[in-house]
Design a protein around this ligand. Structure first.
Ligand SMILES: *Cc1c(COP(=O)(O)O)cnc(C)c1O
Length: 241
C-alpha cells in the first residue's frame, strides 16, 4: 500500500472507533445514537489528512491557531467542510479568524466581539459563535500554566448577551474543556446547568461543545451536543513548536 492509502486506512479505522464510542455513549445516556456531532481536531496535522477525512465523510474540523487554520482552510476550500476555531483568540487576530472560520467556539471576552463582527462583515456572512466557559476553579498554581481560556461562569450570560446583540454574530451555545487532572463529570454537569440558563433567554443557543479523546463519554452523558476529537483519530500530535 502507498503511504497515503495506509494513512487513509488508519484514519478510517480510528474514525469508526470514535463514532462507535459516541454512539455507545449516546445509548448509555438514553440518547439517540447520532445525536452528537463530531468535530475532528486537525491541528498540527497536514492538509493531506484533512482531505482524507473529508473523503471519509467528516463534515466539521477544528483548528486552534489562526495562521495554521487560515492556510489549511484556504488549501481545502471546495471540500465543503465547516471550520471551527477552538483556540485561544487574541483580539488583534479576531477579524482574521472570522475571515476563514465558520464557527468560533472560543469566544471568552467582549473585547473580541468588535473584531469578529468586522471580519464577518468583510466576508459577507454571519459567524456562528460559542462562548467558552472556564470550568477550572482550582487555584492558579494548580492549573499548570496559563490556563486553557474561557470566561468565568459568572460572566458567561452577560458575554452571551454581548454576542447575541453584535451585528454579524450568531450565538449558538457554549464550549468548554474539562479541567486537567480531575474527574470531568462535575465540570460537565456545571456546563449543562449554564446551558440550561442560557437557553431560557436564547432557545436557539442550544449547542454544548464538550468532550475530547479522553472524556467524550462523560461529556455525552452530561448532554454534550458536539465533541471535539483529535488524537483518538489522527494520532499523537507532534510536539508543540
Ligand atoms: C486539541 C483540542 C481538542 C482535541 O483534543 P484531543 O485530546 O486530541 O482529542 C479539543 N478541544 C480543544 C479546545 C483543543 O485545543
Amino acid at each position: 500500500m502507498s503511504p497515503q492509502a495506509t494513512r487513509c486506512e488508519e484514519l478510517s479505522v480510528n474514525l469508526a472507533h470514535v463514532r462507535e464510542r459516541i454512539d455507545s455513549a449516546c445509548v448509555a445516556a438514553g440518547r439517540a445514537p447520532g445525536d452528537v456531532g463530531l468535530v475532528v481536531v486537525t491541528k498540527f496535522f497536514p492538509e493531506t489528512d484533512v482531505r482524507l477525512l473529508a473523503e471519509l465523510g467528516v463534515s466539521d474540523v477544528g483548528e486552534n491557531r489562526e495562521q495554521e487554520a487560515r492556510v489549511k482552510s484556504a488549501a481545502c476550500a471546495g471540500l465543503g467542510l465547516r471550520w471551527h476555531f477552538i483556540g485561544n483568540l487574541q483580539s488583534n487576530k479576531a477579524a482574521a479568524v472570522a475571515g476563514h472560520a465558520d464557527v468560533v467556539e472560543s469566544v471568552d471576552r467582549s473585547k473580541l466581539l468588535g473584531g469578529l463582527s468586522r471580519g464577518a462583515h468583510e466576508r459577507g456572512h454571519e459567524l456562528e459563535c460559542l462562548v467558552q466557559v472556564d470550568l477550572d476553579d482550582s487555584p492558579a498554581p494548580a492549573r499548570g500554566g496559563a490556563g486553557r481560556g474561557g470566561a468565568q461562569p459568572a460572566d458567561v450570560l452577560a458575554l452571551a448577551e454581548g454576542v447575541a446583540s453584535t451585528d454579524g454574530l450568531v450565538l449558538r451555545g457554549l464550549m468548554a474543556v474539562a479541567p486537567l487532572g480531575r474527574s470531568p463529570a462535575p465540570a460537565f454537569a456545571r456546563l449543562a446547568e449554564l446551558s440550561e440558563r442560557l437557553r431560557q433567554a436564547h432557545p436557539g443557543a442550544d449547542r454544548i461543545s464538550a468532550g475530547m479523546s479522553g472524556d467524550l463519554e462523560e461529556a455525552v452523558a452530561a448532554g454534550a451536543t458536539h465533541v471535539r476529537v483529535g488524537s483518538a483519530i489522527l494520532g499523537t500530535r507532534p510536539a508543540i513548536k
